[in-house]
Design a binder for this molecule. Structure first.
Ligand SMILES: [Zn+2]
Ligand SMILES: [Zn+2]
Length: 166
């Protein structure tokens, strides 16, 4: 899906705005979203997507007015809401795109995330780290292929932790 504004870049953000019960949906690339001054919405969304998502599934009261920015997978153009509807990820990149939401989803399914804090020591040398990440990415790819989402979520988290430390 291409950006509604420039029509050139792939849309990576779905921005929904509800004003007076009228819903406007925009599919934008990051650049155009920023140009429209939606930068704040985007950065908010990346910090609180888990909350946002939890709120969405909890069937919020009837207060629908508001703005919502959803991240779209750059691979297949699906949003996480669409993934939920279909029950299946659109492509391998989805996993990277929606890792935090998936983690949240799995956590709520299982009541807790048993693998919190299983990150490797910070002192791991960089080379070592890169190799580890590469290996984890490979495992992640396999987990996605076999649709082992829970395993994939763990792997994704570990990759993230490792990247943070580098
Ligand atoms: Zn654009
Ligand atoms: Zn995708």
């Amino acid at each position: 899906m291409l950006c509604d504004d420039c029509g050139k870049n792939p849309a990576t953000i779905k921005f929904t705005q509800i004003v007076n019960n009228k819903k406007t949906v925009l599919h934008l690339c990051r650049d155009c979203a920023e140009k429209r001054g939606l930068k704040e919405a985007i950065s908010n969304v990346s910090f609180s997507l888990g909350d946002l998502f939890a709120g969405m599934t909890k069937e919020k009261s009837d207060k629908v007015e508001g703005e919502k920015a959803e991240i779209l997978c750059p691979g297949c153009g699906h949003s996480f809401a669409e993934f939920q509807k279909i029950g299946k990820l659109g492509c391998g990149i989805c996993y990277e795109t929606f890792s935090s939401q998936l983690k949240d989803l799995l956590r709520r399914i299982h009541g807790s995330n048993q693998h919190v804090g299983k990150s490797p020591p910070q002192l791991t040398p960089k080379m070592e780290l890169k190799r580890e990440v590469r290996k984890l990415r490979e495992d992640l790819r396999k987990a996605i292929e076999s649709e082992e989402f829970e395993k994939a979520a763990e792997l994704r988290d570990r990759i993230r932790e490792l990247n943070k430390g580098s």
